[in-house]
Design a protein around this ligand. Structure first.
Ligand code: HEM
Ligand SMILES: *[C@@H]1O[C@H](CO)[C@@H](O)[C@H](O)[C@H]1NC(C)=O
Ligand SMILES: *[C@@H]1O[C@H](CO)[C@@H](O)[C@H](O)[C@H]1NC(C)=O
Length: 329
């Protein structure tokens, strides 16, 4: 019995060595178990400490991870600062308008500083983003909502133009959204399930005001919005040149649940990109499935694992940044 495993073991070792030689390792659970056993506990502790005094933070971290993974994969490129006095073409992702309201950078940096003290040069910023996102959303449940395989490495490039070109636009129709996601290897099911993240947080009036005041350029309202909801939004988003006011995504913007799908079915989705999920028969069927809370939680956990693995750098690719906002000198 015992000897029959030997060829298999030899085979596995060869595969592993070849894989590492080509930088082609994959993510794995507890990647830091030997190199930094406290890593995940430190990240969770810092995250939970900040979420407990700032209940908006889970929305910020979840969106931060989404915007990281959408551009150049989950490589923490969104955390890099633009070079000093950068020209427009050299500016970093973070300065692209769709990233203007991202937040949580300071907490990521605090976790990183603590990790650098405990085990310098070991834990990537990309893994901190993925873990902080999971831990922040999980805080209210006192247990981890999804697994986060680790071993991501940090990228060295961050370009505003790439963020502008690749981040999905909230006024997109279904075809465009589906293509945005397909470009990242993510299917319709993941698109609908991950959109459920919009159960958390807020959206700015100026990003959906055309749905209220000038949908087809004739001073009209998007007929697909529930009329009562449209009136309510108009009362809150009074001024078309208001770039400040934000509206809660749903009635419980601090609670992670499947309420997004319930309001979507009532035509109370905030952005065209939300409402449009009902326009495709396949997507609409998935929306209906997500009305079951247990199904949503199971599916969200699976989709986040696929999402968190988009375009990751592993093995000897990229680097482990010392500070998350700058590449190593
Ligand atoms: C389907 C394509 C998507 C589009 C078009 C989209 C668009 C947007 C927009 C326009 C906002 C409002 C930002 C603001 O007004 O400041 C927003 C907020 C948010 N998005 Fe998405 N998003 C998409 C997918 C996702 C995904 C995949 C996730 C995470 C898994 C996510 C998580 C969030 C969260 C948590 C917020 C609230 C942020 C806050 O409160 O600060 N979104 N999204
Ligand atoms: C969706 O939007 C894209 C880009 O704006 C456009 O080219 C396309 O015709 C639209 N598709 C549908 C079905 O409306
Ligand atoms: C409504 O949209 C049309 C076409 O895009 C534009 O010409 C017009 O100025 C807009 N009206 C307002 C009040 O913004």
């Amino acid at each position: 019995m015992r000897t029959s495993y030997v060829p298999l073991l030899v085979f596995l070792v060869i595969i592993r060595v070849l894989g590492l030689a080509h930088g082609a390792a994959t993510l794995s659970m507890n990647f830091y178990q030997k190199s930094c056993p406290e890593a995940e506990a430190i990240i969770k502790k810092v995250t939970w400490a900040h979420v407990s005094s700032n209940p908006q933070l889970p929305a910020k971290f979840l969106r931060l991870q989404a915007h990281d993974c959408f551009v150049r994969g989950c490589d923490a490129s969104v955390l890099l600062d633009s070079p000093p006095n950068a020209q427009e073409k050299d500016k970093a992702e973070k300065d692209a308008p769709p990233n203007k309201h991202l937040a949580g950078y300071d907490v990521i940096e605090l976790a990183k500083a603590q990790l650098e003290k405990t085990c310098p040069g070991v834990v990537s910023c990309a893994d901190i983003v993925a873990l902080a996102s999971r831990d922040s959303v999980s805080f209210q449940f006192h247990r981890s909502l999804w697994e986060v395989p680790t071993g991501r490495r940090d990228g060295t490039v961050s370009l505003q133009q790439e963020a502008l070109a690749q981040l999905p636009d909230p006024s997109s129709n279904f075809t465009t959204l589906q293509k945005n996601f397909a470009d990242k290897g993510i299917n319709i099911n993941d698109l609908v399930v991950l959109s459920g993240a919009h159960t958390l947080g807020v959206g700015h009036c100026f990003l959906f005001k055309n749905r209220l005041y000038n949908f087809t350029g004739k001073g009209d309202t998007d007929p697909s919005i529930d009329p009562t909801y449209a009136e309510l939004l108009k009362k809150k988003c009074l001024n078309q040149r208001d770039f400040k006011t934000t509206i809660d995504m749903d009635e419980s913007p601090l609670t992670f649940d499947n309420n997004y799908y319930k309001i979507l079915k009532q035509n109370k989705g905030m952005f065209t990109g939300d409402a449009t999920l009902l326009t495709n028969p396949e997507a609409s069927k998935i929306v209906d499935k997500m009305l079951d809370s247990k199904t949503f939680f199971t599916e969200f956990a699976q989709s986040m694992q696929r999402f968190g693995a988009i375009g990751v750098l592993t093995g000897d690719e990229g680097q482990i940044r010392k500070k998350c906002n700058v590449v190593n000198a």
